[in-house]
Each structure stands twice: as structure tokens, then as C-alpha cells.
Design a protein around this ligand. Structure first.
Ligand code: R5P
Length: 297
């Protein structure tokens, strides 16, 4: 059984369909004081896959706690989480005294709730393996690169793929390798939530197309700065492709005003810019890596 939430319904149903599995959904009610009332459907399976992407995560984490505890009370033996966007992965270090390393704490919390945690391209920067942040029995990363490469490979203009910062190299290089396109990595400095500088000093972009690739777009500041630099260097067309389209507030408007020719994203988070759909990859992972559908009753 795939157990979904209304906010991830479309993606969860697509995965259930690809697996030929039953989809059911928790009922959600928000009390006037902000607390969540969560209602479980009837569950008779021994293995339940909870599907929920985790943008705006604070309430969602409490709701996952309620759901997993209730499932255990119903004698469900194995509970897996599929969270295409895994929250709280970016604060992986204390940059100033006293800053709490939320990656480890939230990762530990999820590992206590679930036997398995499956996600897509989590923001791992100073560590390389998801299990270092989320020490579940199985911590599984599904890379979006093959789908991004397939999406880009039909283009006749053979764009240069650009990563806006050092962290992005892992994803950009994987996409470039899969589809045989060249890539380059810019240098970013962050000064605050909405203040960054991006340098693209020796990039040969005059008159050519560029696709900026990043894992997360939040305020859009990183991409807007990168677009500005590339346009100043004479790029002809610049598009963006991101795995996790958080796009908070007016991020998309700012990007459009910066002169991007196209904005694309994966459906790790449901968004109007989705052009790459993860369900087949997630279903394959559940089937092969978690043996889903074979050991379930
Ligand atoms: C950071 O390293 C990430 O890969 C993204 O570049 C960052 O989260 C984007 O944030 P924003 O859109 O707010 O610049």
C-alpha cells in the first residue's frame, strides 16, 4: 500500500500506478489553533510506504510522527518513507557558534520513524552518503540525472550546462556525462538568505545556449545572479532546470524578469514548472531496492 497525503497526491498516485499497488490517503484537518488532525484509512498490510514530499516541513514532520506511531499500533511491521524532496538537509554545519546542525537531528528523527527513507538528490555537501545524515536501515538516493539527461538530449542547440556553485557539480557533471554535453561550474559566495554573488569568469558563452542546473531553487537568488552574469557575457539563451522547485514568494517572477528563456523542474515538488516526472524511477527503486510488492502481504 502506498499511503499518501493530499499535498503529494498526484506524485504518490503515479508511483502506485507504476507499481500496480493500492493507493490510499490519510485524511487531514487543521484545527483553528493550527494543530493537525490526521485520520488513517484502513490498513491491513505489513509493509506501508508513506509518500510525502517535504517542502514547508515543520507541520509535515509532526504529521509523519502521528502517522508512523499509529501504523505501528496497527501492527504494521515495516514503514518506508518516500520523500522526493527531503527537508533540512542544507544546515549541515555550524557556521556560527550555537547554530544547530538540523541535518543530523531531522535525519535521526526520520530514521527512528522509518525503516527505509527514499529521496531524490538530497542536498549533501560536506558528507557524501545519505546514511550519514539519515541512519535508517535503508537510506536510498534516487538520482534525477538520467531523467534530466533524457530531457536535454533532444535539444539541437547543444547547450553548455552550468552549475552555479561548487555543491552543484555533483549533479551537473552527472547530467553532462549521461547526455554528452559540456559543463562548467561557477563560483558562488553567500552573504545572506537573499544575497549571493556568482562568478563565471572564463566561461565561453557568447552566442550560445546555456542551461543552469541546480538541486534546489528557493528564493531564486542564486539563479538570478547566475543569469545576470551569463547575460553580461553575451549568452544567447539561458534556461534553468532544478530538481527541487521550492520557488518561494516571487522567485519565479524574479527569474522571468532576469531574462531566462525557460524554467524547468522535476516533480519532486508539484509546481507549474515541472517537466521531468519521477514516478517511474521511484517505482523502480521501491521494487528493486526495497523489494516492495514481493514481501508485502
Ligand atoms: C545551495 O547550495 C543550493 O544548492 C542552492 O543553490 C540554494 O539553496 C538556492 O537557494 P536560493 O534559490 O535561495 O538562492
Amino acid at each position: 500500500m502506498i499511503l499518501g497525503f493530499p499535498d503529494s497526491r498526484l506524485q504518490a498516485m503515479a508511483v502506485a500506478e507504476a507499481l500496480d499497488a493500492r493507493y490510499d490517503e490519510v485524511g487531514m484537518h487543521r484545527f483553528p489553533d493550527g494543530e493537525s488532525k490526521v485520520t488513517l484509512p484502513e490498513v491491513s498490510d505489513e509493509h506501508v510506504v508513506v509518500f510525502r514530499s517535504l517542502p514547508n516541513p515543520n507541520d509535515k514532520l509532526v504529521e509523519l510522527l502521528l502517522v508512523t506511531r499509529a501504523l505501528r499500533n496497527q501492527r504494521v511491521k515495516r514503514v518506508s518513507l518516500v520523500a522526493p524532496y527531503l527537508c533540512y538537509m542544507r544546515q549541515d554545519s555550524a557556521f556560527r557558534p550555537g547554530e544547530i546542525i538540523s541535518q543530523k537531528i531531522i535525519g535521526g528523527f526520520l530514521a527512528e520513524l522509518f525503516e527505509d527513507v527514499v529521496t531524490v538528490d538530497p542536498h549533501l555537501h560536506r558528507i557524501s552518503r545519505l546514511e550519514e545524515a539519515v541512519p535508517a536501515r535503508n537510506s536510498i538516493v534516487v538520482p534525477a540525472a538520467p531523467l534530466f539527461a533524457r530531457y536535454l538530449s533532444d535539444r539541437s542547440d547543444k547547450p553548455l550546462l552550468v552549475g552555479p556553485d561548487a555543491e552543484s557539480e555533483q549533479w551537473v557533471s552527472a547530467v553532462a556525462k549521461e547526455c554528452g554535453l559540456p559543463f562548467a561550474i561557477a563560483v558562488k559566495q553567500r552573504f545572506g538568505d537573499r544575497a549571493v554573488s556568482v562568478e563565471t569568469p572564463d566561461f565561453q558563452v557568447r552566442g550560445r545556449s546555456v542551461v543552469l542546473i541546480d538541486d534546489v531553487a528557493s528564493t531564486g537568488t542564486t539563479l538570478v545572479e547566475a543569469v545576470a552574469k551569463l547575460r553580461a557575457q553575451g549568452v544567447e539563451k539561458v534556461g534553468v532546470l532544478v530538481t527541487h522547485p521550492l520557488f518561494v514568494d516571487d522567485a519565479v517572477d524574479k527569474l522571468l524578469q532576469s531574462g531566462v528563456s525557460e524554467i524547468g523542474s522535476s516533480d519532486s515538488i508539484l509546481h507549474a514548472t515541472n517537466v521531468v516526472f519521477l514516478a517511474p524511477l521511484l517505482a523502480e527503486t521501491l521494487r528493486n531496492a526495497l523489494d516492495y510488492g514481493r514481501n508485502s502481504s
